[in-house]
Design a protein around this ligand. Structure first.
Ligand code: ATP
Length: 424
């Protein structure tokens, strides 16, 4: 984990939020490589969940919502973690995090008996104040989950599109939570991004069960198709006592992280909780009913972290990020063999310029070729193209594969096709 955090900072994947002012706990900034990785995850998600489907449409709802939304959704009352407080130093912990509680006593107060308060509820919604005249400001919440945007727009979507039940509304966006104990790098942040599907079905047990199982499989298969190691993935069923206030049943997709098996996507059967709380219904052939909702709720930041952990590998002192090419920030890097030979540089530049409209391309002419390969391996770039003296004679280049370190010679006019084949 430490090695990955260091790599993320050094190479520009993830930096601590507002670091020059000492940071802000629970916030992270994505650098030039991180923003590409996250964008690629979101693009792949959107492609599989919206573009390739006929029964799902996308929306992008506002982060600030009428506060009634959060009363109706149950979040004002129930979106809370029970906390206990150490009576010696007043640090608070989630009551269900028994390991952290035990560790705290051992690490912070060795030799002392730690006394804890009873568990108290702590609401996770982040408050904000809206309005320009101070005494007329209204208190709102920054959304604690993107989910409610799909429900408040349920009627708009039904009346403005041709969707018919069963259908889904997909969305990607930021959410905010006053997490008590942010930590494990980006895993538990106070500002994070979610990618969610709310899928509406007929309120019948058979339908609910069928779609719940369907979406569980779809989501698990999606992570595997993008290179997540099946041995590091599992489902975990929520116990009756831990299920969220809205869920009929719920299962998490977990990753075997260095800090233990950890949830990064939940598949939830929300029943009619949401639509009935918002007083919404659906009419089908004259019959009015309240649909049930099957939800898939994934975290973009947690996925990004787990794709990075999953792809991190070492070969001697070489670090290789074996990211699936679809997720890699740069698809290809182009180098002139020597930076001080104008013929090589201009030919390499021409190739670079030709590839740029279609692919994210990196350019490097510093140091020797070996060092450049190492630098691209660390960034997860799957292919490197080198223009050498032979290139000037026969219009060929070498193309090197990140994972095998093998090189082949191909014609310059084959590069596009070569990459297209590998990336689709
Ligand atoms: P946890 O039990 O870890 O607090 P949760 O069950 O409250 O998570 P959900 O409300 O189901 O999480 O949110 C769906 C997804 O949103 C999670 O699977 C996760 O990927 C992401 N997510 C939730 N909270 C955070 C957070 N604080 N930081 C980063 N991602 C988060």
């Amino acid at each position: 984990m430490e090695k990955l955090v260091a790599l993320c900072k050094r190479r520009g994947f993830i930096y601590p939020g507002s670091e020059i002012y000492g940071g802000l706990t629970g916030t992270w900034d994505y650098g030039p490589l991180g923003v590409e990785l996250k964008k690629n995850i979101k693009d792949q998600w959107w492609k599989s969940m919206v573009q390739l489907r006929e029964d799902v449409v996308g929306i992008d709802a506002a982060i600030m919502m009428n506060p009634k939304t959060w009363e109706k959704s149950g979040h004002v009352k129930a979106f809370a973690d029970p906390l206990v407080e150490c009576k010696l130093c007043h640090q608070r912990f989630r009551a269900d995090k028994k390991d952290e509680i035990n560790e705290h006593g051992k690490n912070n107060h060795p030799g002392l008996i730690v006394d804890w308060t009873d568990a108290r509820q702590f609401n996770l919604l982040v408050k904000a104040y809206l309005g320009i005249i101070e005494d007329k400001q209204s208190e709102i919440y920054l959304r604690g989950e993107i989910t409610q945007g799909a429900f408040v727009n349920f009627e708009n979507v039904v009346s403005s599109t041709r969707v018919k039940i069963p259908f889904g509304i997909a969305q990607i966006g930021k959410a905010f939570r006053n997490e008590i104990t942010p930590g494990n790098f980006t895993y538990r942040s106070r500002e994070f991004e979610q990618m969610e599907l709310e899928f509406f079905v007929k309120p019948e047990d058979g339908e609910g069960d069928k779609w719940f199982e369907y979406w569980k499989k779809e989501r698990m298969d999606w992570y595997k198709s993008l290179g997540m190691n099946a041995g590091k993935l599992r489902f975990r069923k929520h116990e009756d006592t831990e299920r969220a206030h809205y869920a009929k049943y719920a299962e998490d997709i977990e990753f075997d992280a260095p800090f233990g098996w950890s949830e990064f996507e939940g598949v939830h059967h929300r029943g009619d909780w949401d639509l009935s709380r918002h007083n919404l219904s659906y009419v089908e052939e004259g019959e009015k009913y309240t649909p049930w909702v099957i939800e898939t709720s994934g975290g973009v930041d947690r996925s990004a972290l787990f794709f990075l952990l999953n792809s991190y590998s070492e070969d001697g002192d070489r670090i290789i990020l074996k990211l699936n090419p679809k997720l890699a920030p740069y698809k290809v890097a182009v180098f002139p063999l020597l930076a001080n030979k104008p013929d090589l540089v201009s030919k390499a530049k021409e190739i670079y310029d030709n590839l740029k409209p279609q692919f994210m391309v990196a350019w490097d002419d510093r140091g020797n070729i070996g060092k450049r390969y190492f630098a691209q391996d660390e960034a997860g770039t799957p292919y490197c193209v080198t223009v050498d003296f032979q290139s000037l004679e026969d219009d060929t280049v070498t193309i090197r594969d990140r994972d095998t370190a093998k090189q082949e010679r191909i014609k310059v006019d084959r590069i596009h096709k070569y990459l297209e084949e590998k990336l689709t």
